[in-house]
Design a protein around this ligand. Structure first.
Ligand code: NAD
Ligand code: AHE
Ligand code: ZN
Length: 376
């Protein structure tokens, strides 16, 4: 069949809206009509050419929601008409990683996914001239229709609005999950969140949900102060506006009564900047502070710190998709949204048509959006 898509033809170039060919689902695969998709900073990261795994031409997008239109042979858990959220972190429930119960990083299809291919090693997308177009993160939600493995789809309730729950396909789950699953923040904790964008604000609402006492947001953009406060941030720091070192400033701010040392119980990097990742680690409390890397750094970037920071009891962790097991956890997060336990609507600052998708990237670059969502 034919469908409309925004194609990343090469790094650093705007997406091109075009008709593409899409083959039907093979065994174990499902075709989905995408109803809405968010634009995440990771799409920008790959489009910019900074992603070591970035391949072109490809159909980007990994934060979608839609309806099953066709299922391939052997598909048992989904049927036509089901509402679904695509999962860039699938959940096969059979691979050593899934069975370990220690990680959400299902390994069953990661290698082909990273090559922009379906598990059988081929692509379902091609140009009208028959040239293959690659998939992206196993999702390709910047197409009105896409094909995914059954294990990479979470079935969700049908009364949930696509134009909001698409954000659960990445940003919401990543931010809230980093707090609940990865850091396992306790009531009364102190926390610092670096980068108050589409991910950082969800970390903040996760911290509010977990009952953190002090939630410090750090961003270079002063407009983010109001945004952070809207979701539970208690203090804001713009590194450009303080005298001296940001780490010393944060350590001092997080000193509890009688504590001579200071430092936050939990810190989160939501910028992808390796200098900030180091600041986040070093702002964590001596002896027990945990720092979680969420941001994705460009090819070639490396993190560093003095080993003494770890010797003295800080823990450096990372998280992908907020540690969530997609088919199990995503339907629950949709429930949390529908029950009013978490907010999504105010973070979706812009709604665009597919033809306007490049504007979503411009808004992100200008720091004017939290999330832009394309509605098909
Ligand atoms: P965004 O562009 O919406 O937000 C980034 C924020 O960081 C902005 O508010 C910006 O002003 C701020 N910022 C930039 N440099 C800063 C600095 N030096 N100090 C303080 N603040 C700074 O991006 P997003 O969608 O929130 O994504 C954030 C990061 O998380 C990206 O690197 C993205 O690729 C990554 N990400 C990771 C996962 C995962 O599973 N690990 C999932 C989604 C996104
Ligand atoms: N391709 C990049 C890594 C990108 C990355 O870390 N992606 C996150 C999700 S970001 C969502 O917005 C992720 O899930 N990582 C685990 C994985 O298996 O990719 C690179 O550096 O090569
Ligand atoms: Zn994302």
């Amino acid at each position: 069949m034919r469908t409309r898509a925004a194609v990343a033809t090469q790094a650093g170039k705007p997406l091109e809206i075009m008709e593409v060919n899409l083959e039907g689902p093979k065994a174990g695969e499902v075709m989905v009509e995408i109803k809405a998709t968010g634009i995440c900073h990771t799409d920008e990261f790959t489009l910019s050419g900074a992603d070591p795994e970035g391949l072109f031409p490809a159909i980007l997008g990994h934060e979608g929601a839609g309806v099953v239109v066709e299922v391939g042979e052997g598909v048992t858990s989904l049927k036509k008409g089901d509402h679904v959220i695509p999962l860039y972190t699938p959940e096969c429930r059979q691979c050593p990683s899934c069975l370990s119960q220690k990680t959400n990083l299902c390994t069953s299809i990661r290698s082909t996914q990273g090559q922009g291919l379906m598990p059988d090693g081929s692509s379902r997308f091609s140009t009208l001239d028959g040239e293959p177009i690659l998939h992206y993160m196993g999702c390709s939600t910047f197409a009105n229709h896409t094909v995914l493995p059954e294990i990479a789809l979470a079935r969700v309730r049908e009364d949930a609005p696509f134009d909001k729950i698409c954000y659960i396909g990445c940003g919401v789950t990543t931010g809230v999950g980093a707090v609940i699953n990865t850091a396992q923040v306790e009531i009364g904790s102190t926390a610092v969140v670096f980068g108050l964008g589409g991910i950082g604000l969800n970390v903040i609402q996760g911290l509010r949900l977990a009952g953190a006492d002090m939630i410090i947001g750090v961003d270079l953009n002063d407009d983010k102060k109001e945004w952070g406060e809207r979701f539970g941030m208690t203090h804001f720091v713009n590194p450009k506006e303080i005298d001296g070192d940001i780490v010393a400033h944060l350590v001092n701010m997080t000193k509890r009564r009688g504590d001579l040392i200071g430092g936050a119980d939990y810190t989160f990097d939501c910028t992808g900047n390796v200098t900030v990742m180091r600041q986040a680690l070093e702002s964590a409390h001596r002896g027990w502070g945990v720092s979680v890397v969420i941001g994705v750094a460009p090819a070639g970037a490396e993190i560093s710190t003095r080993p003494f920071q770890l010797v003295t009891g800080r823990t450096w962790k990372g998280t992908a998709f907020g540690g969530a097991r997609g088919r199990t956890d995503v339907p629950k997060i949709v429930d949390w949204y529908m029950e009013g336990k978490i907010e999504i609507d105010p973070m979706i600052t812009h709604q665009l048509k597919l033809d306007e998708i490049n504007k979503g990237f411009d808004l992100m670059h200008a720091g004017e959006s939290i999330r832009s969502v394309v509605v098909y």
